[in-house]
Design a protein around this ligand. Structure first.
Ligand SMILES: [Zn+2]
Length: 428
């Protein structure tokens, strides 16, 4: 198996840093391109089966930040210019398939999930290469490679079908984070209800630092696309609804885990607005949601309980893969966070590569592990390494006692730093 060296990756980044402005105009048309495939396998193996290439609208990402330098995610893909062999685009992400691989079903029943990645449309022939992390070593392994002629007549055009509506416009498309909000389970009569939910989503996001301070470089647009039936499927109650994106509760047997397996349908609706990141609002009062890095986030739009906080928590996952900082009592082993391997999430550490995380923000003399005195308040806390996180009680650490990624409070200083860095990259 081919394993990417850190050296090769840093070389790709350097090539990009040197001629930023030139690179985009030299290699890309300015449109978005989408590669659809099926991600199939079982608990041990994964395979990628090509479906189609679609040419979409305006590229909404940065024209400067083309090589994602953050080593986040379980999956990664590269676009290589065939004439020069240069890596001209790279991005990282996670998938529902990878989560499914950890379920009991994956041990005995192979399955496939529709998936898709987007990237700026290359002007000429290119190769797309996919990499996945090895389950045990966590090293990248090359999984799939395909040469594509950018002028192939099989590349499909995308026709806009749905209206898009501005919810909040902070800046221009290229230098802002472009978020698209999609409806599921809203009928034609429920348009206003959806738009109101989008406004609430926007208000919730901007009420938390560091999003508050970055309002001027974040755009939020909604795509209006009605469903045949109102509400969301709840398989555990034997309730099924005909909805646009086929969202349902009870994903992988977990009642509150609300997701859709139809990712290409999600892309079809999202492409009606310029976008970089997707969040789905479902027409349900039932508590639940989910968020997967560079895939999509999802939350119930019913105004019950802590809807706004759930939105922002799930967006922390889907925007940049922040890890859950909470503990599941009695949980000692996790396939997600094997012992001796540093989690790739910016807000969790096993001290394998603490230096690359928030270690430098810890004041001298702070005990490691750090313990918050019983009854102490936020004013007395210090950035440290507090044991427990990533669903585990022991052996994994977070930087602050409380966080949006733990108990739906404000983002901790470690997460705030990581989000700010990520926005700086996306909004160049
Ligand atoms: Zn945090």
């Amino acid at each position: 198996m081919f394993v990417i060296s850190v050296f090769a990756m840093s070389q790709a980044s350097i090539a990009q840093e040197k001629d930023d402005a030139l690179l985009f105009a030299n290699y890309f048309t300015g449109n978005s391109m989408r590669y659809d495939f099926h991600h199939a396998g079982n608990s041990e193996n994964e395979y990628y089966y090509f479906d189609k290439v679609v040419r979409e609208g305006e590229w909404a990402g940065s024209k400067v930040s083309l090589i994602n330098p953050f080593d986040y995610g379980e999956q990664m893909f590269w676009i290589i210019d065939s004439a020069t062999g240069t890596v001209i685009y790279k991005n990282n992400y996670c998938t529902l398939f990878n989560e499914w691989q950890t379920t009991p079903e994956a041990k005995h029943t192979p399955r496939s999930f529709p998936e898709s990645v987007i990237f700026p449309e290359p002007k000429s022939c290119f190769t797309i290469e996919f990499f996945a992390r090895n389950k045990k070593s966590k090293e990248w392994e090359k999984k799939h490679s395909q040469a594509i002629n950018a002028n192939d007549y099989n590349i499909r055009p995308f026709a806009n079908k749905h209206e898009n509506i501005d919810i909040h416009i902070g800046g221009n498309v290229a230098n802002s984070l472009d978020i698209v909000l999609l409806p599921d389970g809203f009928t034609a009569e429920e348009k206003e209800k959806f738009i109101e939910s989008c406004r609430m989503w926007s208000d919730a996001l901007f009420s938390y630092s560091p999003f508050t301070q970055n309002k001027h470089r974040i755009n939020i647009r909604a795509v209006w696309a009605p469903s045949e039936e109102s509400g969301i499927s709840i398989p555990g109650n034997r309730e099924w609804k005909k909805t646009l994106l086929d969202t349902r509760f009870y994903t992988f047997g977990s009642e509150r885990y609300q997701m859709t397996e139809e990712f290409q349908k999600v892309r079809d609706v999202a492409a009606n607005a310029p976008y970089e990141t997707i969040f789905i609002l479902t027409n349900s009062d039932k508590y639940g949601g989910g968020g997967i890095y560079n895939f999509y986030g999802l939350g119930s739009a019913g105004k019950t309980g802590r809807t706004g906080e759930v939105y922002v928590h799930e967006f922390g996952h889907s925007l940049m893969g922040l890890g859950d900082e909470y503990v599941e009592t009695g949980n000692t082993v996790s396939a997600l966070y094997p012992e001796g391997k540093e989690p790739w999430e910016a807000n969790l550490t096993r001290f394998v590569n603490f230096n690359g995380k928030w270690e430098k923000r810890i004041e001298e003399g702070t005990p490691i592990p750090t313990v918050a005195a019983p009854g102490s308040t936020e004013k007395e806390w210090k950035i440290g390494a507090y044991e427990g996180g990533g669903y585990l009680e022991k052996g994994i650490y977070r930087g602050w006692p409380e966080c949006m990624m733990k108990a739906l409070t404000d983002f901790c200083p470690v997460c705030q730093d990581a989000i700010s860095r990520y926005l700086d990259y996306l909004c160049k």
